[in-house]
Design a protein around this ligand. Structure first.
Ligand code: ITT
Ligand code: NA
Length: 200
């Protein structure tokens, strides 16, 4: 059966296909771009979980098919958890990854002590069925924010998050290495048994 990936972020789609395939999920995965007539939902939630559920329900309701969604972001401790749910448009324009991370580095500019540059990526993975059934689980990846971007892999803020317990940024990991430890890998691997239980 078909499972909709309720996202238009290509970086996420690439990772989700690999994570869900590696977890042995047998479903045919179709991105939201296959349903251009379905309008993007307004992300009015105040948590990652609420926004992930909004996105999953919108696609499930509109298509009559089960849908999974990802809401994610970077939470910086010294900024009280910001950018958080506003990560995709921190510098103003939605999805401008380069501007977003440059602004964040500028905001942390004069903080030299790594103990004050701690942060984590967070991901909420939601499943919604057309009948309104819903489940949501979360994952995190902790690290320290570098002063300069490094690495060409991944997307978003990956070049500036140095992964805890590893010397490298998330953008310096291979795709498989990132998925094995990432917020998204953790959340969606936790969602897989739920998908199996509800969809068979
Ligand atoms: P959809 O709503 O269509 O899924 P989006 O990009 O708008 O796409 P979000 O609202 O969840 O999705 O915003 C996620 C942002 O958080 C993303 O644009 C990145 O800036 C950041 N982010 C999320 N996961 C990340 C990761 O694994 N590595 C680096 N940055 C990440
Ligand atoms: Na969001």
């Amino acid at each position: 059966t078909r499972l909709i990936l309720a996202t238009r972020n290509n970086g996420k789609i690439v990772e989700l296909r690999a994570i869900l395939a590696d977890a042995g999920l047998p479903h045919e995965l179709v991105g939201a771009d296959a349903y251009p007539e379905v309008p993007d939902v307004r992300e009015t939630g105040v948590t990652f979980a609420e926004n992930a559920l909004l996105k999953a329900h919108a696609l499930a309701k509109a298509t009559g098919l089960p849908a999974v969604a990802d809401d994610s972001g970077l939470c910086v401790d010294v900024l009280g958890g910001a950018p958080g749910i506003f990560s995709a448009r921190w510098a103003g324009k939605h999805g401008d990854d380069r501007a977003n991370l440059e602004l964040l580095l500028a905001q942390l500019g004069d903080i030299d002590d790594d103990r004050h540059r701690t942060a984590h990526f967070a991901c909420a993975a939601a499943l919604a069925l057309p009948d309104g059934t819903e489940r949501v689980v979360e994952g995190q990846l902790r690290g320290v924010l570098r002063h300069e971007p490094a690495g060409a892999g991944g997307f978003g803020y990956d070049p500036i998050l140095q992964v805890e317990g590893d010397g490298r940024t998330a953008a310096e990991l291979t795709a498989d290495e990132k998925n094995a430890i990432s917020h998204r890998g953790k959340a969606f691997r936790a969602l897989v048994p739920v998908v199996r239980e509800l969809l068979g």
